[in-house]
Design a protein around this ligand. Structure first.
Ligand code: PAF
Length: 277
């Protein structure tokens, strides 16, 4: 495995790579969810590239950015064990030489759910993902469906801008008690961690969004939203003591419940091909 910090070196090297390239973009603090994306890529592609870059433009809260876990040594060890070929570690200077002058903005889906509480968040995500996809030029890029809204927006962006990449959506990996794997789980104190498993249970079993909100509030969580769109119920809660608030998101497929349909979140397939050729 080669770790590359110099993006000029990477771009020169990329031109020489032969065979399919799979890409997993991350912000580090790797967990079993990331591992499953990397495993999928390693199994399918000739070459797998992992990027680790904590993207400041997608954080609308400076405290949240400062608290983001940094576990680079462990991340590199895991990547090596999983058979990753290249890890790229770009800097702010590499990714934002333009000072964020150019941005990718979506004006519908990005304003709802997580976007309603985090203005500018998805503009930061879409802008960095477009830059990373151009930098890596993969055949396929792998994203987790825990961040389903993000996955949908990226898939649609690639289709809209005729990008030659296939966006592969991968199922959410969960802890034994149902909690979705997330880098933010590392920030939970033991007491909070033991209580948050109910988030998944409530989203899966509540008879309505309103019932889910009430149940989560009764458990002492601040609920940002619970909303069912089509057959998928989305939720975001804020947990933990005042000084160490952590925001968790999740989504589940609800067979029985049906919220108002929204075309851009429907047509859920495990893999969506957006390649032009
Ligand atoms: O899901 C993430 O970790 C980030 O939003 C991503 C896709 C790496 C962009 O910074």
């Amino acid at each position: 495995m080669k770790v590359i910090r110099d993006m000029q070196e990477w771009r020169a090297l990329r031109k020489k790579l032969v065979g399919s390239v799979g890409f997993v973009p991350t912000m580090g603090a790797l967990h079993a969810g990331h591992a499953s994306l990397l495993e999928r890529s390693v199994a399918r592609e000739r070459i797998t590239v992992l990027s680790i870059y904590v993207n400041p433009t997608q954080f609308n809260d400076a405290k949240d950015l400062a608290a983001y876990p940094d576990t680079l040594e462990d991340d590199l060890q895991l990547a090596e064990q999983l058979g990753v070929d290249f890890v790229i570690l770009p800097t702010y200077g590499d990714m934002y030489a333009d000072g964020f002058r150019f941005q990718v903005e979506e004006n519908q889906l990005s304003r709802s759910l997580c976007g309603a509480d985090r203005p500018g968040h998805f503009t930061g995500v879409l802008t960095i993902v477009m830059k990373l996809l151009n930098l890596v030029a993969p055949d396929r890029a792998y994203f987790g469906k825990k961040d389903y809204q993000q996955y949908t927006l990226i898939r649609d962006m690639c289709e809209t801008f005729f990008m030659n990449v296939e966006i592969v959506g991968c199922e959410t990996v969960r802890e034994l008690d149902g909690l979705a794997m997330s880098s933010r789980n590392k920030l939970l104190d033991a007491e909070t961690r033991s209580r948050v498993a109910v988030f998944y249970d409530v989203l899966s079993s509540a008879s309505s969004d309103k019932a889910a909100i009430l149940a989560l509030e009764n458990f002492g969580f601040k609920v940002d939203y619970v909303e069912t769109i089509g057959q998928r119920r989305f939720g975001a809660i804020v947990v933990g003591p005042q000084s160490e608030k952590v925001r968790l998101i999740d989504n589940v497929v609800i067979e029985a419940a049906r919220g108002p349909g929204r075309s851009f979140l429907q047509g859920d397939k495990n893999t969506t091909t957006v390649s032009a050729g």
